[in-house]
Ligand binder design. Structure first.
Ligand SMILES: NC(=O)c1ccc[n+]([C@@H]2O[C@H](COP(=O)([O-])OP(=O)(O)OC[C@H]3O[C@@H](n4cnc5c(N)ncnc54)[C@H](O)[C@@H]3O)[C@@H](O)[C@H]2O)c1
Length: 345
């Protein structure tokens, strides 16, 4: 197959593209940044968030190669950043619109990367099956961008017969996620900070529970979905992709510390605005429709992630510098970030 991957320089895009190449598919990447991890597939450098005139062929009239299917991963993918800079949420919606227009005009199916964020802070649900999303509880501008993206996808299926799969990912971690100057994610941030003997803060407190997904499991699910959609075995479905088990962030931090052989210095703090504090995916649908079978539990995934982190850091000692989390940057910019909890003082 010839697969066009948007956001191909990012964490999931890079892992997915390499996996598809390994299976004998052709990959064409589109991203506004060069891929810093690999040059094994071509990347068109293009900003997908422009308001472009109607285009024949590729977005903004750029000639794309022949394509069988598009996987749309490009997005501003960080909750706190989008709470601080909400115009980026609108850009996410515009990117999705442009990619949908490309898919419609080329008559090719689309895989859209949504998020567990569309469920909101799901303490109010007993289970987390795909129908449980309730958009009256949009937690953040990032959630809004994913809800808008899904809505556009569903409308294109209804109005133009566009075949799709929507995947809702959850806390994907592992290989190619430790470019901390670009994107601060909790697991590489904890590894980075603990290796430097620095304290960490757990926002959301001791109970905060998430479904961490090792990137190879996530990519397995997407690859199965691509095959199933291309063969029209599974069409127009919305599917959770995660590991299917909740782990507290505190446990995650303790395991990282244990693996690194350090004593963690943890501070607990109230959750940040827009944050989901409890989520465990229901994978019934993914298992039934795609034979999805995630294999890497958190302990194993953390060991792999730390081994990869150490190897990568040994080759890039220049990355051994202090890192500020996104919400600290947003706060400094005075962009309206505030804690969910009442401020003292
Ligand atoms: N990683 C996770 O835990 C997770 C969880 C839920 C959903 N998702 C979604 O999955 C997708 C991939 O996530 P990721 O972890 O690989 O994120 P990432 O940030 O590593 O990759 C996203 C890529 O999109 C590109 N991009 C952003 N704006 C663009 C624009 N205007 N034009 C072209 N390219 C642009 C970025 O340069 C980046 O390379 C995203 O849509 C994200 O919202 C990820």
């Amino acid at each position: 197959m010839k697969v066009l991957v948007t956001g191909s320089s990012g964490q999931i895009g890079t892992n997915l593209a390499l996996r598809l190449l390994g299976e004998g598919h052709e990959v064409f990447g589109v991203d506004k940044r060069q891929n810093t991890w690999t040059d094994e597939f071509p990347t068109l450098l293009q900003d997908l968030a422009g308001h472009y005139a109607p285009f024949p062929g590729g977005i903004n009239g750029v000639e794309y190669p022949e394509t069988d299917l598009v996987v749309h991963l490009a997005a501003h993918a960080k909750v706190h950043q989008l709470v601080g800079e909400p115009h980026r949420a609108l850009e996410n919606a515009v990117m999705t619109f442009n990619v949908l227009e490309f898919a419609r005009q080329s008559s090719i199916p689309i895989v859209f990367s949504s998020s567990r964020e569309v469920y909101g802070d799901v303490h109010r649900f007993e289970g987390y099956s795909e129908q449980a999303a309730d958009f009256a509880y949009t937690e953040s501008t990032y959630s809004a961008s994913k809800i808008a993206g899904e809505a556009f996808v569903y409308s294109y299926a209804r109005c133009y017969g566009l075949p799709y799969l929507v995947f809702r990912f959850s806390n994907v971690y592992g290989r190619y996620d430790n470019d901390l100057r670009r994107m601060v994610r909790v697991i590489p941030l904890f590894i980075h900070s603990m290796l430097r003997g620095e304290p960490i803060t757990i926002y959301g407190g001791r109970e905060k529970t998430l479904d961490f997904t090792y990137v190879d499991d996530c990519v397995d699910g997407i690859a199965c979905g691509i095959q199933a959609l291309a063969e029209r075995r599974v069409v127009n479905e919305t599917i959770n992709l995660a590991y299917g088990q909740g782990n507290t962030l505190v446990y995650c931090a303790e395991r990282i510390a244990q693996e690194l052989g350090v004593e963690p210095q943890m501070t607990l703090a109230p959750s940040l605005l827009g944050e989901v504090t409890h989520y465990v995916a229901d994978l019934t649908k993914a298992r039934a429709l795609l034979g999805y079978d995630p294999r890497i539990p958190l302990d194993e995934g953390l060991a792999r992630s730390i081994a990869w982190f150490r190897e990568h850091r040994a080759q890039h000692p220049e990355e051994e510098v202090p890192v500020r989390a996104d919400h600290e940057r947003a706060q400094e910019l005075g962009e309206g970030w505030k804690s969910r909890a009442p401020q003292s003082g």
